[in-house]
Design a binder for this molecule. Sequence first.
Ligand code: ADP
Length: 549
Amino acid sequence: MFPSTMMDLPLTIQNILWRVERLFYDKPLATYDEAGNATRSTYGELVRNANRLASALAKEGVRPGDRVATFGWNTQRHLECYFAIPCMGAVLHTLNVRLFSEQLEYIINHAEDKVIFCDRSVLPILESLADKIPTVQLVVLMNQGPEPTGKLKRTVDYFEFLASGDDQYPWPTLDERAAAAMCYTSGTTGNPKGVVYSHRSTMIHSLVAALPDAVDISESDVLMYAVPMFHANAWGLPYAAAMMGASQVFPDRYLDAERIVNILEKEQVTISAGVPTVWIPVLNLLDRTGKKLPALKKVLCGGSAAPPALIAGLRRHGIHLAHAWGMTETSPLCSLSRIRSTMDGWSEDRKLEVMAKQGVVVPTVEWRIVDLDSGKELPWDGKSFGELQVRGPYITGTYYNDPTASEKFMDGWLRTGDVATIDPLGYVQLVDRTKDLVKSGGEWISSVELENLIMAHPKVLEAAVVGLPHPRWQERPVAAVVPKSEHKGDLTAEELRAYLSDKVAKWWLPDEIVFVEAIPRTSVGKFAKSQLREQLKEIAERWAATATA
Ligand code: ADP
């Protein structure tokens, strides 16, 4: 190899800290409480606290490579942990506050967390595990909420802990390939799997996320992510925003439409982010109240498919929905859908079709689609569908300490478990998750496409489609529908079936359409299809009984 003359400076999160300290110390941060009031601060204070925190952790005996967990919502304190922990060489392990306690216990023990920073609002959950998490030597209590009951070994208040640290912490020199953070995927089968991000992967992801054709973050932006900081590093936005010097607003755990709209309005938020189930009620509120959010340039939406009706609806209010795709395993941002300059003359409907796709792959990441049976790579013709596989410098290459990991990878590519097409311009369209595709009489039905169509009906707020076991067809689709509040009782299954009949093939029509109060959600706010399948299992039992009668 002919050597380059470039400096070999490691890409570490310390560089973001260096920037915010020197360039953006006066830029504001705000954390909202239940009553809708903000506590205000700056990046300057964040850096001072990160120094003290790192110093206090070192005094506590935390060493490079040790896992230090967080168990909390979106607040400035959480962002301080995001910097102090990896920048001192330890590993930030974000724990999902909505997991079942058995999963939480498994994850804490699997990662061998030493210290946990815990929001008081979720302290009782942690206390219920007190005698099952032997590696945890200290719990630091953040934000408002109940006082400890004495079950945990040792607890300390966040500010007391800060006070035990020094103002200036001598940040160590780090290897860019060292672990910076880890996050476990929720995993519908088997145990959760740990994904470990490096400093290098986090830095590359932050740079890519900030690009104009990605999230497009600049110093002048105000970000409010309604995606929890325990989920895939809040889509990497806390680091990307800090790197660029954008202001950040934290909604804590209050993610209902009223509070979100209040924050977006008050703080003149320019970029927000969240799963579709966050934006569907926001759109409904804007439609009902006529409220305007002129500062809001864009909402980043992913985690599950953004229905075209949502994209078009937000556009009526002047809000651009940027549809993105990613996974915990992919840091997560892999693709975004944008209208290209060459599409300027296209009709609005055609543009909406593009916006509803999951977009084109971002720089540094590569993808391909592979036939589900033969394992052969498929053409980018917009028709052939197969498993989407990705690789790149911020895509996980394995799972932490997990011997079953190999089936998730193929020749150096991550198998996403998503079924997709890629069109000749490179836009990916997700057909479904492999496990959610409805297999009817040897043919596939996309639950996502049916949901999107049903959610475009003017009387429908939300809809989820699942395949249920069927004695004759193997599986048949069933739709669970939540009507808009003003249409409760006046929307019928016949009306929906008639509406769908000229939009899909007859055999795609759901066998049953049931009206429900709400669709169950996963821990990160997506439609929980396995739970829904369970709720609707009587329908399958009825089918089975009729077949044998
Ligand atoms: P979980 O498995 O708990 O949902 P992840 O957030 O890692 O955790 O989920 C990643 C998955 O979410 C992807 O594999 C894909 O199935 C789905 N997903 C993410 N973004 C989109 C999107 N824009 N459209 C459709 N599905 C999406």
